[in-house]
Design a protein around this ligand. Structure first.
Ligand SMILES: [Zn+2]
Ligand SMILES: [Zn+2]
Length: 113
């Protein structure tokens, strides 16, 4: 029995010639961003506008851990994304959670649904 029996070969799944390089991945990500809806970009815009710092506790972030810095919509409407960033607040995940639990509790106490 030959180990190179062609019938044992898995068809239809050619191996890629090479793995994508960092540059190619970055290019793909950029492409995705450009093709995304304008709203999908508000996060990056808010971070660029307000800086990598939490508006509440002033914790600073770096390019590497900036995923822990989130964008809060001050009026609670995530469709309201003015270009000047007036409805955005950069909050670390802890402050963001606190902000929302306070808001929910407030609604609850007021009897709003
Ligand atoms: Zn914070
Ligand atoms: Zn929020």
């Amino acid at each position: 029995m030959s180990p190179r029996n062609p019938y044992n070969r898995k068809a239809g799944r050619p191996k890629p010639d090479h793995l994508p390089t960092r540059e190619e991945i970055a290019k793909g990500v950029k492409q995705l961003r450009r093709d995304g809806s304008p709203d999908a970009n508000y996060r990056e815009r808010s971070l660029a506008l307000h800086g990598l710092i939490c508006a509440k506790c002033a914790r600073e972030f770096t390019w590497e851990n900036r995923r822990q810095l989130t964008v809060h919509h001050i009026d609670g409407n995530d469709k309201n994304n003015p270009a000047n960033g007036s409805n955005w607040e950069n909050l670390c995940i802890d402050c963001h959670e606190a902000e929302h639990s306070r808001g929910l509790l407030g609604d609850y106490l007021r009897g709003d649904d």
